[in-house]
Design a protein around this ligand. Structure first.
Ligand code: SAM
Length: 195
């Protein structure tokens, strides 16, 4: 797998090893914290492409049943240090193929869809739908940008609705006020329920 191909782990592995992670907030965004606090106790939560797993830790600390997946071993090394006693929620594997067990109440999205080249987006939608229970939530931060280049690969206006609209309906769409530099002014917090 060439190191410049973000569809494979080598691309991400190198960035974690070189500590070049401009997407990594190193903290939990305010809207994610509020969402975590609003969930039913012991909700079953999947975090695809969890990276250093600060968000996974916040879900676990709140008592939720978290599975955090990433295909980069270097990401999981960093995540283990962040998660401490909750590190057993981590799974090394490809989101599209790894066995994740019973359906989830929530799939949490932050900087995962935009890490995937656009040709993978039509695979993301059925995979998320497959791992969620009916009525389950796809919740998180979505990134819009006109540039063709990435990662991060930005959505165009109307594109997320076109991708998700047949399988999900949106219940929340909120501006984000504490974005890090790469996502500033280009991301929104949204919640989509699986039909
Ligand atoms: C831009 S980073 C975001 C990490 C984290 N969500 C965050 O907000 O900091 C994208 C992550 O997705 C992981 N990733 C990309 N494609 C993946 C796949 N098919 N399966 C599992 N992990 C994947 C990468 O290794 C990387 O850690």
């Amino acid at each position: 797998m060439p190191k410049q191909d973000p569809t494979g782990p080598a691309f991400w592995e190198q960035r974690y090893r070189d500590q070049v992670m401009p997407w990594d907030a190193g903290r939990v965004p305010d809207l994610a914290r509020a969402f975590i606090a609003s969930l039913a106790p012991r909700s079953r939560v999947l975090i695809p492409g969890c990276g250093t797993a600060h968000d996974a830790r916040a879900f676990a600390e709140a008592g939720h049943d978290v599975v955090a997946v990433d295909f980069s071993e270097a990401a999981l090394e960093a995540a283990r240090a962040v998660l401490g006693k909750w590190a057993d929620c981590l799974r090394l594997g490809d989101f599209f193929t790894v066995d994740l067990g019973s359906p989830f109440d929530v799939v949490y999205e932050r900087a995962f869809l935009c890490a995937l080249p656009r040709h993978l987006w039509p695979r993301y939608v059925p995979r998320v739908a497959q791992v969620l229970r009916p009525g389950g939530m796809l919740a998180g931060f979505f990134f819009w940008n006109d540039s063709e280049r990435g990662p991060p690969f930005g959505l165009k206006p109307g594109e997320l609705e076109a991708l998700l609209g047949a399988t999900f309906h949106r219940t929340v769409d909120t501006a984000v006020t504490d974005s890090i530099a790469v996502f500033q002014g280009k991301e929104r917090w949204q919640v989509w329920l699986r039909n």
